[in-house]
Design a binder for this molecule. Structure first.
Ligand SMILES: Cc1ncc(COP(=O)(O)O)c(C=O)c1O
Length: 374
């Protein structure tokens, strides 16, 4: 029996792909991002469902993810959008992946392999993360021309704050720079087929940015990038209803009577306000239950909210179940998801712990089994 596990709804994963497909139309490449263990939802489990149900590409961060996906029999194109060390570039060829390129050393390294490789240049447009400045493009183009086995399949960029703002001034500025870069490439006789800059917020709120390829991350898992993106969708009258995919569960490991005035957990940070009952759950910050949820978070037991009392420990938390008399040893507990009429969302957990839901789901320890449910 597992102490903790994550259930993944296959139906919701497929539903979400269809919802976003409606927004982009049939001819735009839909490339779900499965990096970071599919945002904590299970790399191979989600990658397989996506590949079988309408994804055209997958976006990975690193080679080890591509390795796992290929091992699982996934054959669709996979684009690496993170960094591959120069010593490992051969893996891109071996695993038949494509890669984003944003520095010259990588391009030299790929050229030296002497093998056909699909490349997507990443343009610096204002995020100041990965990216080639427009003035540097001629050097990249010259190298690509010298090595025709390197196929320039795409050109891309990434928006810095589309999910944080309803006004799109900065995104429009970035889009303009992106278009200038495409134009510069064309002047050099290079016309990469794929053009991509939209992640979930761009797909929803910025149709001009769809071009012919989108990188759908958090939306694949039924989550909005931010409340602002939801507002943008409503303003545009978009009929799109992503469904959260993940339910995180555990069981009760002990139920004990605790007297009024007793102190609970490390640091004695919680004092019982009444004679009551506390349940101990066998999960902690090691599992990805954020420590900042101590004395703040909730779990669901028998369809009711039970508050976390005391600090979150490495492998345990304590919750007050005084108001849930039926709570017993090994009863099922929901950490994220629905139980009865109650729900705890990853957004709520993020807010309570002063982070974002992206971090909440990606932090769920990879060791915890992901169980695909129909
Ligand atoms: C380059 C790139 N593209 C796409 C995505 C997907 O973003 P989202 O999860 O907001 O859809 C990310 C996410 O971090 C990213 O870094």
């Amino acid at each position: 029996m597992n102490l903790t596990w994550v259930e993944i709804s296959k139906q919701a994963l497929i539903h979400n792909l269809h919802e976003f497909r409606k927004l982009i139309g049939p001819h735009v490449v839909l490339a779900p991002a499965i990096k970071a263990n599919a945002y904590g939802h299970g790399l191979v489990e989600c990658g397989t469902v996506f590949a079988e149900h309408g994804a055209d590409y997958l976006c990975a961060n690193a080679l080890y993810e591509v390795e796992a996906l290929r091992k699982a029999g996934i054959k669709i194109p996979i684009l690496i959008i993170g960094y591959t060390p120069l010593s490992d570039l051969g893996g891109i060829v071996r695993l038949k992946a494509e890669t984003i390129v944003y520095n010259l050393e990588t391009l030299h390294g790929l050229a030296a392999l002497g093998k056909p490789i699909g490349i997507h240049l990443k343009i610096e447009t204002g995020n100041h993360r990965q990216g080639i400045e427009i003035e540097q493009l001629p050097t990249f183009v010259a190298l690509l021309k010298k090595h025709p086995q390197l196929e320039l399949k795409g050109v891309s960029t990434h928006f810095a704050n589309l999910e944080d703002r309803l006004n799109q001034h900065y995104s429009r500025f970035q889009l303009k720079k992106f278009e200038e870069a495409i134009h510069a490439l064309e002047l050099h006789g290079m016309a990469p087929h794929y053009r991509h800059c939209a992640a979930t917020a761009g797909i929803v709120a910025f149709p001009e940015a769809h071009f012919n390829f989108v990188r759908l991350g958090i939306g694949s898992y039924g989550l909005w990038p931010s409340p602002k993106t939801l507002v943008a969708a409503e303003r545009l009258h978009l009929e799109i209803k992503p469904q959260p995919v993940l339910t995180w569960k555990t069981i009760i490991a002990q139920v004990k009577e605790v007297k009024k005035g007793s102190l609970v957990g490390y640091g004695c940070t919680y004092e019982m306000k009444h004679d009551g009952r506390v349940a101990v759950l066998p999960i902690g910050y090691y599992d990805g239950f954020v420590r900042a949820l101590g004395n703040k978070g909730f779990v669901l037991i028998h369809g009711r909210r039970a508050p976390v009392v005391g600090r979150v420990c490495m492998n345990m938390i304590m919750v007050d179940v005084s108001h849930i008399p039926q709570a017993r040893l090994e009863d099922e507990v929901v950490l994220i998801g629905k139980q009865g009429n109650e729900i705890i969302t990853s957004e709520e957990m993020g807010e309570l712990s002063n982070t974002i839901h992206y971090e909440v789901t990606t932090r769920i320890n990879e060791r915890i089994p992901r169980m695909l449910k129909p």
